[in-house]
Design a protein around this ligand. Structure first.
Ligand code: 5AD
Ligand code: SF4
Length: 446
């Protein structure tokens, strides 16, 4: 009888990619996926430690899963990802029933670890070696038929003072461009039409030395020439490493989506310095100006946090002011939280939770007005959308614009996997709705 596995994934797209890779490797061992945890013989929880809330959630899910194990002792339970990497063997002290603790760079060795756990009661593997992400060399991507991720580099060398990533994912290591192109080719032959390149800081991607060196813009150029790859995206970029060459890629590469996710974190120079971000407010604004000058329609999204230690009301106002000035297409906003080992966790001037919530509320209200206004301006426009699947209600198709806006539209189901033209009729804070102008003569979806 086949064993079944169930993976719970939290956090970033990097974790989603890692979970897919684990799933493929388990499939190759004869395990079958199940969406019902009660049916599983193996449950893996892929965790995120970037903010305190994510870590608390991981621990509470683990508690719930271990309750299930008490009723069915043959169930194997493993914790993966950043929380596993950071807490390591201590997790066994708090959760003695846990079977596997697998760090962020152990994903590609999952088969070995599962075999060891058959003969040993506990497996702990949290070495942070400097290998780049492994080539999956496997198929059966679950996430979507037409869109996929490729991890091109692992880790981060920046040591922003609030960030746990350099500790949980180690130093930067880039994969070879040949490997990445191979993986992309494989995905395209499986029907994937949009690839998102992933890394903590993709624009510091660099492989090889001297004449043989491949930097990020060259990697983009290599990938963009793949026939049938309709769209190429990447995330995340660091403002201090955004080169003119990369900006030129947006102009010159036709299938590169005109969208950049460029976290700014704070609008105050003093706070940016305390965060060790390596740029000023003025430099950030200049880069956005350069991007918009090169490609006026480019979508710019960002991350920001409120309540960094020592942030005054005036400094918070500078953040609000930057948001109003830039008018981001979308913004992910967070309350600062202390993370283990980070420099900011030992800084003075901690802001209390209530005040952080007040600032976050104000910030989100400011951005929501901007997003609603921007979305309204799409009304009557024709946008290009990659038809990715059925909408949540199942009565329409759904996809994204180049700028990653979600669009739901009535259309022909045969157009799935194609880029179609959609006339936008309605907008809300989170999505656009419209009618498809293309037709393949198939079934109409209402
Ligand atoms: N507290 C709050 N937000 C954080 N982020 C990273 N570390 C922390 C922290 N300690 C946010 C940043 C980053 C995003 C992925 O998470 O905005 O860009
Ligand atoms: Fe963390 Fe800064 Fe690296 Fe991003 S760039 S992963 S915020 S240390």
């Amino acid at each position: 009888m086949n064993h079944h596995f169930h993976i719970i994934t939290m956090g970033c797209q990097m974790n989603e990619y890692d979970s897919d890779l684990v799933a493929q490797l388990l499939l190759s061992m004869g395990y079958l996926p199940t969406s019902d945890p009660l049916e599983a013989d193996l449950i893996l929880i892929n965790t995120c430690a970037v903010r305190a809330r994510a870590e608390q959630k991981a621990v509470s899910i683990l508690g719930r899963v271990l309750k299930q194990k008490r009723r069915t002792p043959d169930l194997k339970v493993g914790l993966m990802g950043c929380v596993a990497q950071q807490r390591g063997g201590d997790l066994f002290k708090r959760f003695p029933e846990l079977d596997l603790v697998l760090g962020t760079r152990e994903v590609s060795r999952i088969r070995e670890h599962i075999h060891s756990s058959e003969s040993r009661s506990r497996v702990l593997a949290t070495e942070l070696n400097l290998q780049p992400p492994a080539s999956p060399n496997a198929s059966g991507y679950f996430r979507s038929r037409f869109t996929a991720f490729i991890s091109i580099m692992e880790g981060c060398n920046n040591f922003c003072t609030y960030c746990v990533v350099p500790f949980t994912r180690g130093r930067e290591a880039s994969r070879s461009p040949d490997d990445i192109v191979e993986e992309a080719k494989h995905l395209v032959t499986e029907g994937v039409r949009e690839i998102t390149l992933l890394g903590q800081n993709v624009n510091s991607y660099s492989y090889g030395k001297e004449e043989g060196q491949c930097r990020f813009p060259l990697l983009l150029r290599k990938l963009s020439s793949l026939k049938e790859l309709l769209r190429l995206r990447f995330t995340t970029s660091h403002p201090k490493d955004l080169s003119d060459d990369l900006i030129r890629c947006f102009v010159e590469i036709p299938n590169l989506c005109r969208h950049i996710h460029l976290p700014f974190q704070s609008g105050s120079n003093r706070i940016l310095k305390r965060m060790n971000r390596g740029y000023t407010r003025e430099q950030y604004i200049d880069r956005v100006r350069d991007l918009r000058q090169a490609v006026p329609s480019i979508a710019i999204t960002s991350d920001v946090m409120v309540g960094f230690p020592g942030e005054t009301e005036d400094e918070f106002m500078e953040t609000l002011d930057l948001i109003r000035q830039i008018e981001f297409d979308n913004l992910y906003s967070f309350k600062y939280s202390d993370r283990n080992k980070t420099r900011s966790s030992t800084m003075s001037g901690k802001i209390d939770e209530w005040e952080k919530s007040r600032r976050l509320g104000l910030l989100q209200k400011t951005q929501k007005e901007i997003t609603i206004r921007k979305n309204k301006s799409f009304k009557g426009a024709v946008v290009e959308v990659l038809a990715e699947g059925l909408s949540r209600k199942g009565d329409q198709l759904t996809g994204k614009t180049e700028g990653s806006k979600i669009v739901n539209f009535k259309s022909d189901s045969q157009l799935l996997g194609h880029i179609v033209k959609v006339l936008i009729k309605e907008s809300s804070a989170n999505s656009l709705r419209g009618e498809c102008l293309d037709s393949a003569g198939g079934d109409q979806i209402y």
